[in-house]
Design a protein around this ligand. Structure first.
Ligand code: NPW
Ligand code: K
Length: 547
């Protein structure tokens, strides 16, 4: 399963390798720099073509033709060290490279310092203050265009907001405006992006500070960092490529990773979905999904359809009397039960074959307030979504007291804020120190407080269990699914989870697998998707998975 590391975890794994003597920091930095150059040529093969020789520095600004041109911006730590390696390797290929250092050379950490010196042997390194693109006239024809901008200012060591003297988005914006071929690559992370939270650590008090630092490519090492996948990370990174720096081959770093295993966040993967050949419908469980009143039954019907398609043996819609006729006209394979007040619901729940419940979609706040306690008292696997969460906004503690470990809560941002206002406040506060409080931190804290699995929706859905187990279901990069943000999509997701709970999946597995399939269904359908389409893609998705 793909792991996402925090800055501290990455450091621990690297440090273990260096401390063991199996590899030096300098060798790791060389591999990192080589990996970046490799990734650049893989992304933009035209840059690997031979061109004329580089002019003697600093003359290339006056060159119109000739060598490829790069600007490499290096920072005061090891990220800058990687940048010096990249600059040296590009110069060795005949590139004209301008290198700027933010910070004092004699304060660089040892490996970065060594690479600074090697870089200086093949050309000059200028002070960052000299990097004033507004004074460079790139567009007049007197000067050449820049082909590549390499950001090596900060990586995983960013600990406080970036000051205005290095607002790269502003400077790079000036540098690239009107320059069609300026490709932008960030080493490890775009400078200013917090590796753990995917939030920009930029002083947003200022109008300019709110600008976006967007790259086409980010090249990270060993593993993606959590920040590559959540919050603003994907938008800033553009595309993230991970290059090996050999740590998987070292017993020391593997041992360090094993020690951290329980804390490491993973990208969501689906669990086995096959059904046994000799099974019958009750083997796959019976899900009950409660609907709202007349005119508000669509959401529950969507959820029910999702639960059925994902493989629950039977799915019943529990409808209030005034909606019975409306629902009856709309369903075929689904069943219908009349469920009015709390007493009637409790009687229905006496049927022990009902093994998964879903409350919330289109249910109505009042009905949710009446029926959620009944559902939770049955100690059955239960998904609480939408109105079933909002119904407890005034007294979340009342809900937490009733929740049990077979529950799954599926809030979006607004619902999370209603149940966990303090957590939402921390998450939404401007990030001023690194590592900043992240969506992963928020979901883990919410799951711990609720005592059950919490699935916090978004394009970066985070799923956490009370024991800290956590994964990110990322609908970014190659799995980008913007059409999934459509009315009723969340209802289908609730139904998917309920169906998998009915099939006997554990809550965490049900939530992860459902979230993963939900994105796969959107990708399978493509543009034009509406919520009704999602369950109908499951057969094709299952076939591709070999189910
Ligand atoms: N370790 C290894 O072997 C390998 C590491 N690798 C590479 O190293 C990177 C991590 O390196 P790193 O830990 O040195 O951190 P990095 O991101 O360079 O920044 C730290 C510096 O920035 C400074 N600083 C921070 N925030 C600031 C701010 N807002 N404004 C101004 N300054 C600020 C901070 O200052 P300080 O807090 O110490 O005062 C410190 O000087 C990683 O991303 C990867 O690219 C690879 O080569 C593989 C091998
Ligand atoms: K960087």
């Amino acid at each position: 399963m793909a792991e996402l590391l925090t800055a501290a975890q990455m450091r621990a794994i690297e440090q273990a390798a260096i401390a063991s003597g199996e590899v030096t920091g300098l060798e790791l930095m060389e591999r990192a720099g080589r990996g970046v150059v490799e990734a650049i040529f893989e992304e933009w093969p035209e840059l690997a073509e031979e061109r004329g020789p580089a002019p003697a520095p600093p003359g290339y600004l006056q060159q119109e033709e000739g060598a490829w041109r790069a600007v490499v911006l290096c920072g005061p730590g090891n990220n800058g060290g990687d940048g010096f390696v990249v600059a040296r390797l590009l110069r060795a290929r005949g590139w004209a490279v301008e290198v700027f250092l933010y910070g004092a050379p004699d304060k660089l950490p040892p490996d970065a310092r060594a690479n600074y010196e090697r870089c200086c042997e093949a050309g000059k390194v200028q002070a960052f203050a000299e990097f004033e693109p507004e004074n460079w006239n790139w567009q007049t024809g007197e000067v050449g265009e820049v082909d590549l901008i390499v950001d090596a200012v900060f990586g995983t060591g960013l600990v406080r907001p970036v000051g205005s003297e290095i607002w790269l988005h502003e400077k790079i914006g000036v540098l690239t405006s009107g320059v069609v071929n300026a490709r932008r690559v960030a080493i490890d992370l775009p400078s200013g992006l917090c590796a753990d939270s995917g939030k920009p650590l930029i002083d947003t008090q200022d109008e300019i500070g709110r600008g976006k630092l967007e790259f086409e490519l980010s090249v990270s090492f060993h593993r993606e960092k959590v920040g590559h996948r959540i919050s603003d990370g994907p938008a800033f990174c553009g595309k993230t490529v991970v290059k090996s720096i050999g740590l998987d081959d070292l017993p020391s770093s593997r041992a360090a990773a094993r020690e951290l295993a329980s804390e490491i966040v993973r990208l969501t993967q689906p669990r086995l979905l096959d059904k046994a050949a000799e099974s019958h419908k009750y083997t796959h469980g019976h899900a009950l999904i409660l609907s709202g009143g007349s005119g508000r039954t669509g959401a529950a019907r969507l959820a029910a359809r999702g639960a059925l398609r994902i493989g629950a043996g039977l799915v019943t819609l529990g409808v209030p009397p005034n909606a019975q006729q409306e629902v009856a006209c709309q369903i075929t394979a689904l069943m219908l039960a009349r469920i009015d007040g709390a007493e009637g619901f409790a009687a229905v729940l006496d049927d022990t074959r009902l093994n998964a419940l879903c409350l919330g979609p289109g249910m109505g706040i009042e009905r949710a307030r009446d029926l959620v306690p009944v559902a939770l008292a049955a100690r059955c696997a239960t998904v609480l979504d939408a109105d079933a969460l909002t119904a407890f906004a005034e007294d979340p503690a009342e809900l937490f007291a009733q929740l049990h470990e077979a529950c799954v809560l599926t809030p979006h941002g607004g619902e999370l804020a209603r149940l966990f206002p303090d957590i939402a406040a921390k998450l939404n506060a401007p990030a001023m120190t690194g590592p900043a409080y992240s969506k992963v931190d928020a979901t883990r804290e919410a799951a711990k407080r609720a005592g059950c699995v919490v699935l916090f929706k978004g394009a970066d859905t985070v799923i956490a269990a009370p024991d800290g187990c956590c994964s990110v279901n990322s609908a970014h990069y190659e799995r980008s699914a913007p059409w999934l943000a459509t009315a009723g999509s969340g209802d289908v997701l609730a139904g998917f989870i309920t169906g998998l709970l009915a099939r006997g999946f554990a809550p965490m597995q049900a939530a992860e697998t459902a979230a993963w399939l939900h994105v796969e269904c959107a990708l399978e359908f493509g543009p034009g998707l509406i919520a009704e389409d999602l369950p109908e893609q499951l057969p094709a998705v299952f076939r591709k998975l070999g189910v």
